[in-house]
Design a protein around this ligand. Structure first.
Ligand code: DXP
Ligand SMILES: NCC(=O)COP(=O)(O)O
Length: 246
């Protein structure tokens, strides 16, 4: 089975640059509009508890500015649950969050946190929000996502990306196989698999070639490339590479 592969563009780091000077520029809403204009399939935004990039007010502005589905990345806290319920994004992706981390370092421990996650997943689902769990590609975590009745999982591709940056071909191949195997297992369980984190022009194709994957979420690299070539060109190039891999 080869599912169509959507590209969700994470615009967090447009807000990181904006926040560096405390003003309004560059506006992540303008980035969302450009993504919509060049045929991106969705917008991803991670409202961190410390609001280091995306802020509460950005969410409504993004939703008003484009018709693209918004995938809100959020920690499993009551504060974030209330925000998600108030904004009713298309999807909510529950991610692990550590205040001091530079970025999301690993997957959500869906297995260990079952009791904390179950009511949050239930409330989001009852509100018609598509729940996704940002997990490591492991059987244990996937089974836990299934028990939680999550319709979607997003596999954290950070280890795969790091292995490539380290030039460790064996580890990279192992990571890729793990993501491919868990994507097959997700489909068998009736869960839609997505993937993201640390994806670049260099490493996206083998991931995009996994036929079961339905969506990739890519942010930091695209915003970095946009500095040189513009966001429009960067998104189009990523889309081309993904299409070539299918
Ligand atoms: C959950 C994830 O992998 C990304 O959305 C990432 O969290 C972007 O935000 P940071 O770069 O602040 O981690
Ligand atoms: N969930 C992953 C994501 O949205 C983007 O991650 P990155 O490309 O910014 O590393």
């Amino acid at each position: 089975m080869t599912a169509a592969l959507r590209l969700g563009v994470n615009i967090d780091h447009v807000a990181t640059i904006r926040n560096a000077r405390g003003g309004d520029h560059p506006d992540p809403v303008r980035a969302a509009e450009i993504v919509a204009a060049v045929g991106g399939d969705g917008i991803t935004a991670h409202l961190r508890e410390d609001r280091r990039h995306i802020r509460d007010a950005d969410l409504q502005r993004i939703q008003q500015a484009t018709d693209l589905p918004l995938n809100l990345e959020m920690a499993a806290t009551d504060e974030m649950l209330q925000i998600a319920l108030a904004h009713a994004p298309h999807a909510a992706c529950i991610v692990p969050e550590k205040r001091e981390e530079r970025t999301t370092e690993g997957g959500l421990d869906a297995a260990g946190l079952h009791n904390q996650l179950a009511p949050i997943v239930g409330r989001l689902a009852d509100a018609g929000i598509r729940v996704s769990l940002f997990i490591e590609a492991s059987e244990r975590q996937l089974e836990a996502a299934h028990r939680l009745r999550a319709p979607v999982v997003e596999f954290h591709t950070g280890e795969y990306a790091h292995a490539g940056l380290d030039g460790d071909d064996e580890r990279e191949a192992r990571e890729l196989e793990r993501i491919a195997a868990m994507s097959r297992m997700a489909r068998d369980l009736g869960i839609e698999p997505h993937a993201g984190h640390g994806l670049t022009y260099e490493n996206v194709k083998p991931i995009a070639a996994i036929p079961e994957l339905a969506e990739l979420n890519i942010g930091h690299y695209l915003v970095g490339e946009a500095v040189f070539v513009g966001l429009e060109v960067a998104v189009r190039r990523m889309r081309e590479l993904m299409d070539e891999a299918r």
